[in-house]
Design a protein around this ligand. Structure first.
Ligand code: ADP
Ligand code: MG
Length: 203
């Protein structure tokens, strides 16, 4: 499970986060909602352990997968190698199986640049789930996709989460996406940002 208790996070003299607390159980999906610039990505980087510069306490499983806003793929490696290099213990068959699941079975030898944006996003989803993560963090993974592609990605993500059941922290500025994917929605607001609502999805 993920436990977050951020007393304070500042950049220089500017306090960005103040008193942000929540837990996410295994198999639970929490959406973190808030306007652009409020501090969602900053909080996500703390939870992921990318930055340790804050006051408070965070617990997150070691088997963590992160899906960033941009796909962050290895451009000089094939689709298949993009999975295998990140998961050295994974068999070739297992990597092919996950690529099949996201609809990239016929693209295994292609390079990321030869894939459409939608395919690149699906590859980064496949890479995240290939390691059977205990925790999953996603930072606005569906932005700049057209409505149909975003919908496909949401359906695919729902299915992969259902199968793997990690503790999921899903950052978005879309209430609709939050309601669709998450069981619980946490809203950040104010300056510095704090939790202004913690409610079941769909309310
Ligand atoms: P969000 O993801 O909700 O759009 P961010 O977490 O990216 O917001 O940013 C929150 C605030 O922190 C913004 O005002 C941003 O300018 C500031 N910020 C983010 N990263 C840094 C940094 N490395 N140095 C200074 N300020 C930063
Ligand atoms: Mg952000």
């Amino acid at each position: 499970m993920i436990r977050v208790d951020v007393t304070r996070k500042s950049f220089g003299t500017t306090e960005v986060l103040h008193g942000v607390r929540f837990d996410i159980q295994r198999g639970e999906t929490l959406a973190l909602l808030g306007p652009s610039g409020i501090g969602k990505s900053t909080l996500l980087r703390l939870v992921a352990g990318i930055s340790k510069d804050f006051e408070g306490h965070i617990e997150c499983p070691d088997k963590l997968a992160i899906v960033f806003q941009e796909p962050t793929l290895l451009d000089w490696r094939s689709t298949l190698d993009n999975i295998l290099l990140v998961h050295p213990g994974l068999s070739r068959d297992a990597a092919l199986a996950i690529l099949d699941k996201v609809g990239l079975a016929d693209k295994t030898d292609m390079y990321p640049r030869q894939l459409s944006l939608g395919q690149q996003r699906r590859l980064s989803l496949a890479r995240a789930f290939a390691g059977q993560p205990d925790a999953l963090i996603m930072d606005e993974p569906f932005v700049s996709l057209d409505a149909e592609m975003a919908d496909d990605m949401l359906t695919l993500t729902e299915r992969l989460i259902e199968e793997t059941r990690p503790a999921t922290l899903f950052v978005t500025h879309s209430r609709a996406e939050a309601n669709r994917l998450a069981g619980r929605v946490l809203t950040l607001g104010g300056k510095p940002a704090t939790v202004i609502a913690d409610e079941p999805a769909g309310t």
